[in-house]
Write a protein that binds this ligand. Sequence first.
Ligand SMILES: Nc1ncnc2c1ncn2[C@@H]1O[C@H](COP(=O)(O)OP(=O)(O)OP(=O)(O)O)[C@@H](O)[C@H]1O
Length: 261
Amino acid sequence: MSLLRVEGLEVRVGARVLLREVALALEAGELLGVVGPNGSGKSTLVKAIAQLLPHRGAVWLDGDSLARLSARQRARRLAYLGQDDGVRWPTSVADLVALGRHPWQSGGWGGASAARDREAVERALDAAEVEALRERRLDTLSGGERARARLARALAVEAPLLLADEPIAAADPRHQLRIMELLRAHCTRGAGVVLVLHDLTLASRFCDRLLLLHQGQVLAQGRPEQVLDAAKLRTAYGIEVLGGSHQGERYLIPWRCVETD
Ligand SMILES: Nc1ncnc2c1ncn2[C@@H]1O[C@H](COP(=O)(O)OP(=O)(O)OP(=O)(O)O)[C@@H](O)[C@H]1O
């Protein structure tokens, strides 16, 4: 049984269809990259999977309909990292990351699970390389530091499924690579990850499979080399890419804009 299965997913706002007939399956241990141009529906897709948007269609997690689970059950079984954390109050990095353990609290903080929660928070601070920032207030962090703190919060949930919407967008090149490595390691430990990203080389190198969205529909889905071919990239993005390989791994550099049909 797949960790995540999505069938016939459709999102509408009024008369406008934002997503149409999206189907996908994700196995435990797999990293699925969601790529596509601005406005193609990537964030809408991960929000709908996380049950944060009204939608049609079905989403199953380990065979359970996500729509039928309680909010707390869902929050334990999937971690959602959106583009905005919504945190507008002064809080420390450590407190933000500890919020990732909130779904596991019953009857208040502390108690029998406190040691496990502390360990999960420490692991997440370490993995996202923000332990040195633990006492810093979020509103004093740089964009890339804040992005890593937010990733740590999502990791601290230790949920079987992680949905991450552009976690590397604000990171410098080294931290982009570090985050991709840590997401891969997260998968190696058995989690499934759905990752929205724009970098085609990182998508190709680190993801097991890719889903390419175009105008709210799946244009292609499969292994990176099947999805990121010249014709599909031209159709989806209206670009020509410069491609090659280095040490057996593929790179793709967006090279020039082209006319699409
Ligand atoms: N509430 C809404 N009402 C109307 N249109 C919306 C609404 N929410 C999203 N959209 C539109 O749906 C489309 C898909 O948005 P979405 O945020 O999923 O795109 P995306 O692929 O994540 O883009 P980006 O790469 O820019 O983050 C966009 O054209 C957006 O303007």
